[in-house]
Design a protein around this ligand. Structure first.
Ligand code: ZN
Length: 315
């Protein structure tokens, strides 16, 4: 099991179909589990996908249309039932605070959950975790809507060959990482000499929106971009009227933002297959495209190494 992967819990916009549940996306990111837009039926989809209430550390809601949030009461009550002991953060558009409260208290239950509310008011950093910072941007839909992105801080990758070359091993590696330099046999070795820059990974989640600058900003340099593609390009007028994207527009966002992997989802039930949606996106984006299906598990793409081949540790 990959330690960074997206588990697709549902892919239907507006109304579920026989093969597609309402929205729901679980992002496993090391020790964290982020549940995005839990639509109706999410609790049961989690069961099918092997995601437990205990795995969820944060819940991010883009907006309060039912297909993106009607699963909240069930998920929150299940977390209380299962005695989830860790605090859980809930992020959502601040303008619609009342709906978070209604959904949280939609029916009677013994509420033991420590839920930290993080209303998102404007663009910027929502929360900073050890492994990433979570940012939000306001999107352009019919109601207050925000998109999210996770940004892992850039770091450095240690180079085993260089470490051996300088005779550094064991606890000395940690000392060098912490201090940035280490005295070895009478000379000083710096961190730069035995490591290379490692770009942090990025994940972007762009749901219900028209084309807007914020969608491009969220997707900027994303290793994985999850993007709504409610309509085919032929129905671009409908997309504009209902505040949605076409698959071709999703492809354009991925292409112009330098995204690596585009995950298409949030499909209108008007299409019997996703073939046209896939083709529309591929016409605009030459990178990898996954048309999401319920219960898919999609690994976050591996990092691209920036190490230059054959570098001499004595350089
Ligand atoms: Zn919506």
């Amino acid at each position: 099991m990959s330690n960074r992967e997206l588990v697709i819990l549902g892919t239907a916009s507006q109304a579920p179909t026989r093969s597609r549940n309402h929205n729901g996306y679980f992002l496993r990111w090391d020790d964290e589990g982020l549940l995005f837009d839990p639509g109706e039926g999410t609790q049961r989809q989690m069961l099918f996908a092997g995601v437990t209430a205990n795995h969820v550390t944060r819940i991010c809601v883009t907006h309060f249309h039912g297909d993106h949030c009607l699963g909240l009461p069930g998920v929150l009550q299940r977390m209380a039932l299962d005695r989830v002991a860790h605090p859980v953060e809930a992020c959502y558009p601040a303008q619609n605070q009342e709906f978070l409260e209604r959904l949280r208290h939609a029916s009677l239950f013994h509420d033991t959950l420590e839920l930290h509310e993080r209303p998102v008011d404007g663009d910027g950093v929502v929360t900073v975790a050890p492994a990433f910072r979570l940012e939000a941007r306001a999107l352009s839909h019919l109601v207050p809507t925000v998109g999210y992105r996770l940004v892992e801080p850039d770091g450095r990758r240690m180079l085993p060959r260089e470490l051996v070359g300088y005779g550094i091993s064991g606890p000395d590696i940690g000392r060098l990482q912490r201090a940035g330099r280490l005295a070895v046999d009478g000379r000083v070795v710096t961190l730069d000499q035995v490591s290379e820059p490692r770009r942090g990974q990025r994940f972007a989640f762009v749901m219900d929106t028209r084309l807007c600058d914020a969608a491009f900003e969220l997707a900027d340099g994303a290793d994985m971009l999850v993007c709504e593609s409610t309509f085919a390009d032929a129905d671009v007028g409908l997309a504009r009227d209902y505040g949605h994207l076409t698959a071709g527009q999703a492809g354009r966002i991925a292409a112009e933002s330098g995204a690596r992997l585009l995950v298409l989802t949030h499909f209108s039930q008007r299409y019997e297959t996703t073939a046209q949606l896939s083709a529309d996106a591929a016409a605009a984006f030459g990178g990898e495209i996954v048309v999401a299906a319920d219960l898919d598990r999609i690994p976050v793409p591996k990092r691209v190494s920036t190490q230059l081949p054959g570098r001499d540790p004595a350089d």
